[in-house]
Design a protein around this ligand. Structure first.
Ligand code: UDP
Length: 326
């Protein structure tokens, strides 16, 4: 297929573009490089530097290179930052996405794969979480993604737009070529690896009084290559008039303390830690029930072990000590 990928210079987007090109798809990336890296974009993809909210630029790109479907990764995606900059998050993630959807549909693109999140579920009533669980985000980031999922449902009903929302749990790991390089970094695994490398003095553990076995927050870490594979499969189940949603996780939770000890095992080095207050908007436990993705997408995570996920992240970091930059 001919695919338009927004956020193809970002972490999950760039790894997915790599997988799509290897799978024989033709890809055009739109990214404003606000947080992404030009070097992360696969050389086989066409690249347009633009904001997804710039309808004229998106339409011009599509007239130049028509596409069959949109994969929309570009977003602000930090829980904590979203609580401090709600206006920016609503403007970018909701306003920007609505403008993008208007632009692509005007150019004849009626199929969309949307990057959504486990943050939709807030503090879930039970775990692992199925897609049918109550959607009640506890942070602005999750709310922005929920608002777009709702818009996609209405657009399916009113205009026939075909969409799949993929609700990522915690993306982690790397491909051989592409990995995680956020500036500043706020995600747990790259931060712990920075401490191992001596770039940071210690890991702050955000809360050790959660109602979990060791008191630290539990997340479902999913290999970024497994996420990429789910996008490829999602393209095959897009159906006119249908807005579908799938959880993407391993169904296994790891606490912050367990992640730190796994990094110590993988790297063979000590990791100093300090307990700090909880981070605003964080849920105690987020673990996926991804059985729907397994049955309907035929998706099966190939790298479910946390040790393997950390090994791949570590390998990429050692090969790219400065990430994508000098
Ligand atoms: N976390 C932590 N210290 C850090 C970064 C993250 O304790 O320096 C915790 C965070 O509070 C959450 C988990 O690690 O419980 C995963 O956070 P991350 O930012 O990687 O992903 P999120 O779950 O927010 O998408």
């Amino acid at each position: 297929m001919r695919l338009l990928v927004t956020g193809g210079a970002g972490y999950v987007g760039s790894v997915t573009v790599e997988a799509l090109i290897e799978g024989g798809h033709e890809v055009m990336v739109i990214d404003d490089l606000r947080t992404g890296h030009r070097q992360a974009v696969h050389p086989g993809a066409a690249f347009v530097q633009a904001d997804v909210a710039d309808e004229a630029a998106v339409r011009a790109a599509l007239r130049h290179q028509p596409c069959d479907a949109l994969l929309h990764f570009a977003a602000l995606s930090l829980v904590d930052a979203s609580m401090r900059d709600p206006h920016g998050y609503f403007q970018n993630n909701v306003g920007g996405t609505l403008a993008l959807l208007r632009a692509v549909t005007a150019e004849g693109v009626h199929r969309v794969v949307f990057s959504s999140t486990a943050a939709l579920y807030g503090t879930p009533e039970r775990t692992p979480i199925p897609e049918g669980a109550t959607l009640s985000p506890e942070n602005v980031y999750g709310e922005t993604k929920l608002q777009i999922e709702r818009a996609l449902q209405w657009l399916a009903r009113t205009t026939g737009l075909a969409s799949v929302a993929l609700r990522y749990f915690n993306a982690a790991g790397a491909s051989g070529e592409r990995g995680e390089d956020h500036r500043p970094e706020s995600h747990l695994i790259p931060i712990v690896l920075d401490v191992v490398r001596g770039v940071r003095p210690e890991v702050l553990i955000f809360g050790d009084d959660y109602p979990t076995p060791d008191g630290t927050a539990v997340r479902d870490y999913i290999h970024v290559l497994d996420l990429a594979d789910a996008h490829r499969r999602a393209l095959e189940v897009l159906e006119a008039g249908q807005a579908k949603a799938y959880n993407l996780g391993n169904g296994a939770g790891s606490s912050v303390a367990e992640v730190i000890s796994t990094v110590q095992q993988v790297t063979g080095r000590e990791v100093p830690t300090r307990v700090a207050p909880r981070r605003a908007g964080d849920s105690p436990v987020l673990v996926a029930d991804a059985s729907l993705a397994r049955s309907e997408l035929g998706w099966q995570p190939r790298r479910p072990e946390l040790g393997e996920i950390v090994e791949d992240a570590w390998r990429w970091r050692q090969a790219h000590p400065h990430g994508y930059g000098a």
